[in-house]
Design a protein around this ligand. Structure first.
Ligand SMILES: [Zn+2]
Length: 515
């Protein structure tokens, strides 16, 4: 059974009387949201789709933790933003001057990408919720039980704890009314009033019930939100999922402080981009966003990769030759008869569909091999495909061309094939007599007037180097092809021979291969 269905069925079994299945996800808008964080949303998304498929009513929420404090300036943000550290993301200016706040900039960027994937959760903006007073009761509850919260936190830590620290512990961040930073020192919580002094000099005593500048610490905020939204499922990253990680701590706080049972939890592992083994992090600013991946992959291919792997399996997304492999695999599965696919693959395909319309498009690998040979001209790609027996409209070809071109130019520019300007006399000089004879025969084949079809053409090409010994035959074919590619493209490999002929053109090929 596919993992999303396994989780969905488990939820239904545990909550037989439930009317609405609330499934949650959430991220801090600390910078551009990278593809590793995308797994947070997509894990919930697949479970929601599985529940809907099982005829359950769902609510899919996504909480933006934009009332969190700004901790670190990402690499792509002006270093002078250092001055805002300690303020909530929702109150910092947009680093690029195009949105009303820092939070909004990165929120809109990610929300747009989600729409491209057809993922449309209910967005909840924590800065608004906190300031609306909606969480006041739970904030008061956490403050009243602050020492018990401290004890729970300490149970998960090996570090020394002290009675003194316990006395001074408050599970909240308070944003100063004057400088808007959380650099406040809390003196007292008594009769539901909180008194504090900020490092800027401002001091105050406020009624917690009416305050709009208090935020619960993460490990209390999380269970508080589960309760507020009535969440029954939420995934969490590997860093939150260890024995002493946030989830287990929050689960204890849920049951001991807020008196309810934590939702079902599914840990998910990291994603890496192949070629860079580093764990990606939003605040480093050096990362791949879902938006960047969409320049290369279709939403379906990306979703399929996430659906295919169990959430607890780390995997990498290749931007190298894996792009061809990933597309080819997806194309093969999506064109196969459903009955011939494993149940899990078939469920993964269904969960990754973005529209119900099945688009008829050329293979990515074909387009990518033709494009550089026709100077990235989309209409020429369409013509070459037509001549090799595949007819598409320009529109059907254009989308694939756009992604293939972006990939070739930005991620493997050193490997982009170019047709040689002149004959490669030097390389020809290195060939032995057999190879020279093959090239001669190949040119003769090209010169034959008949417009032969692909398969027949390939058979004639194979005939050129034919021997009976099958092992030798294989090696001969490889040798013939690489000799042609070297003489035409200055590369050991290249597109299928019919594509090469139609892209480069017979006359030009003949001129490059006649010595
Ligand atoms: Zn202050």
């Amino acid at each position: 059974m596919h993992w999303a269905y396994r989780i969905a069925e488990e939820l239904i079994r545990k909550h037989p009387d439930r009317e609405t299945f609330v499934c949650a996800s959430g991220i801090s808008p600390s910078g551009s949201i990278h593809i590793g964080n995308f797994r947070e949303v997509v894990t919930t998304y697949f479970v929601v789709r599985a529940l809907q498929h099982l005829d359950k009513k769902t609510r899919f929420i996504f909480s933006w933790d934009d009332f969190d404090r700004f901790r670190k300036v990402p690499k792509n943000v002006d270093p002078t933003f250092e001055q805002y550290i300690g303020m909530p993301y929702s109150e910092i200016p947009c680093p690029f001057g195009c949105h009303s706040s820092y939070a909004e900039h990165f929120e809109r960027e990610f929300e747009q990408s989600l729409r491209d994937f057809g993922i449309v959760p209910d967005f909840i903006y924590q800065s608004k919720e906190y300031q609306s007073g909606r969480y006041q009761t739970q904030i008061v509850q956490a403050l009243q039980n602050r020492k018990q919260v401290y004890d729970i936190l300490m149970n998960f830590k090996t570090s020394e704890h002290s009675m003194e620290e316990r006395e001074r512990f408050y599970p909240i961040n308070v944003y100063c009314e004057v400088c808007r930073k959380d650099t406040v020192n809390i003196h007292r919580f008594q009769d539901e009033r909180l008194s504090y002094t900020c490092s800027c000099g401002h001091s105050n005593s406020i009624k917690v019930e009416e305050a709009t500048n208090i935020k619960l610490n993460w490990k209390v905020d999380w269970p508080m939100r589960w309760q507020a939204e009535d969440v029954i499922f939420e995934p969490g990253g590997r860093d939150h999922s260890s024995a002493t990680g946030s989830f287990n701590v929050s689960k204890e706080i849920a049951s001991h402080i807020y008196n309810f049972q934590a939702p079902e939890y599914e840990p998910y592992d990291f994603i890496s981009i192949k070629g860079s083994g580093e764990k990606m992090s939003s605040s480093s600013g050096n990362n791949i966003t879902p938006g960047e991946l969409l320049n290369i992959y279709t939403p379906e291919v990306i979703l399929f990769m996430f659906a295919k792997y169990q959430p607890n399996a780390p995997f990498h997304i290749g931007l190298d030759d894996d792009v061809i492999r990933n597309y080819t695999e997806y194309e093969r599965f999506s064109h196969a008869e459903k009955s011939q696919l494993k149940e899990e693959i078939s469920a993964a395909l269904e969960l990754s569909s973005v529209t119900s319309v099945i688009r008829r498009v050329p293979k990515f690998s074909h387009v990518a091999s033709i494009l550089p040979l026709v100077n990235f001209d989309t209409s020429l790609v369409r013509e070459v495909l037509e001549r090799t027996g595949e007819a598409y409209t320009l529109k059907e070809v254009a989308g694939v061309c756009e992604r293939a071109e972006y990939w070739l130019k930005n991620w493997c520019s050193e490997k982009v094939l170019k047709v040689n300007k002149d004959k490669d006399l030097h390389f020809y000089g290195l060939l032995d007599d057999i190879e020279k004879k093959w090239i001669e025969d190949f040119v003769r084949l090209l010169m034959s007037e008949i417009d032969i079809q692909d398969e027949e053409l390939m058979r004639s090409v194979y005939d050129i180097c034919h021997v009976d010994d099958s092992k030798l035959k294989k090696s001969n074919q490889k040798r013939l092809f690489s000799t042609i590619y070297q003489l035409v493209l200055n590369s050991n490999s290249g597109p299928r021979i019919p594509i090469l002929i139609h892209s480069v053109g017979k006359e030009r090929l003949i001129s490059l291969l006649t010595f």
